[in-house]
Design a protein around this ligand. Structure first.
Ligand SMILES: Cc1cc2nc3c(=O)[nH]c(=O)nc-3n(C[C@H](O)[C@H](O)[C@H](O)COP(=O)(O)OP(=O)(O)OC[C@H]3O[C@@H](n4cnc5c(N)ncnc54)[C@H](O)[C@@H]3O)c2cc1C
Length: 285
């Protein structure tokens, strides 16, 4: 395990908002995680930080970070079963799956995420979601400090929502996935094709955290923003991307509050014009 004091969080949130915390803790295994939570210290849990907005410049808490650490993986190319710890990145899982001729996680080649974060957010794209390949999850229940398991069928997944998003007192420790056999080349082609299509549409030149809002029923956020002429709308160092209206980018040293002000302004304009209450996908910390 690694522990740091006065830790700079700039490289641990994909908006690259400048912020720091009193302590940062990077566990290496399940025992480290459980021992940390036994101390009952105030904490903030981060996966790889690709779906968060840091609203403060300083956090007087411990950040427990699963970002490529806490990442053991077991894979069977025979059965298609994968068991992995929550901190492994989805990029790594997609690459390992491809090497083992296993199909089902190609979209995650370009969705920056830890495995735990993907389960919490029910991450996905193009009609595919992590829940499609999920079998079960092992988690630490902070209410009674017991380690428990839950099967996919009992997790009430919804679009970008899950049991774990609704129950923030549970920590995803380990995840079981099941993938199907495929051809190495076909899997690689799908990964590259999806990546190319996404890079053509998304603002990859500036720090961002993906789609800001969930897709409201019957609408597309990008089209709503276009219709309201909000592309390029700026507060401080943050603005709505000119390339894709569903993204906010940090183009010039933005603070979390610059981003949150844009969100408030967009929500109010969209409510006035369309009568639609946009729901924020990103987690505000
Ligand atoms: C360029 C870009 C493109 C993106 N495209 C997509 C996309 O196409 N589809 C999509 O769904 N998302 C997309 N996103 C958003 C992001 O990739 C996903 O939401 C991702 O799953 C977040 O995972 P994370 O590990 O970074 O979670 P974090 O941002 O670190 O955390 C998100 C939430 O999960 C909680 N959490 C994290 N790990 C655990 C755990 N082990 N146990 C309990 N709670 C935990 C955190 O406390 C926080 O509340 C994109 C982001 C970027 C930057």
């Amino acid at each position: 395990m690694k522990i740091y004091s006065n830790f700079d969080l700039t490289n641990y949130n994909s908006y690259k908002i400048k912020a720091s915390c009193k302590t940062a803790f990077f566990p290496e295994n399940e025992e480290d995680v459980i021992n940390f939570y036994k101390t009952k210290k105030p904490f903030t849990l981060l996966g790889s930080g690709h779906n968060i907005i840091l609203s403060k410049e300083f956090y007087d808490t411990t950040f427990i970070i699963f970002n490529g650490n806490f990442n053991a993986i077991n894979i069977s190319s025979e059965t298609g079963d994968i068991q992995a710890e929550a901190g492994i990145t989805m990029l790594e899982i997609s690459e390992i799956a491809q090497t083992n001729s296993l199909s089902g996680v190609e979209i995650f080649y370009d969705i920056p995420s830890s495995l735990g974060g993907a389960v919490v957010m029910n991450a996905g794209a193009s009609g595919e979601e992590i829940k499609d390949v999920l079998v079960k999850v092992r988690y630490l229940d902070l209410i009674d400090m017991n380690v428990k398991e839950i099967h996919k069928e009992d997790m009430d997944f919804e679009y970008r929502n899950s049991f774990f998003q609704r129950n923030t007192d549970k920590v995803v420790l380990k995840v079981w996935l099941h993938l199907e056999k495929g051809s190495k080349e076909g899997i690689k082609n799908k990964m590259e094709r999806i990546k190319e299509q996404r890079w053509a549409k998304q603002p990859k030149d500036f720090p961002n955290a993906g789609s800001v809002f969930k897709r409201p029923k019957g609408y597309y956020v990008g089209a709503i923003i276009d219709e309201l002429n909000l592309k390029g709308y700026t507060v401080g160092g943050a603005k709505i991307s000119e390339k894709h209206g569903g993204f906010i980018i940090n183009f010039n040293n933005a603070s979390g509050n610059d981003i949150l002000q844009i969100i408030r302004d967009v929500k109010s304009k969209v409510m006035d014009y369309f009568g639609v209450d946009l729901e924020v996908e990103q987690r505000i910390i």
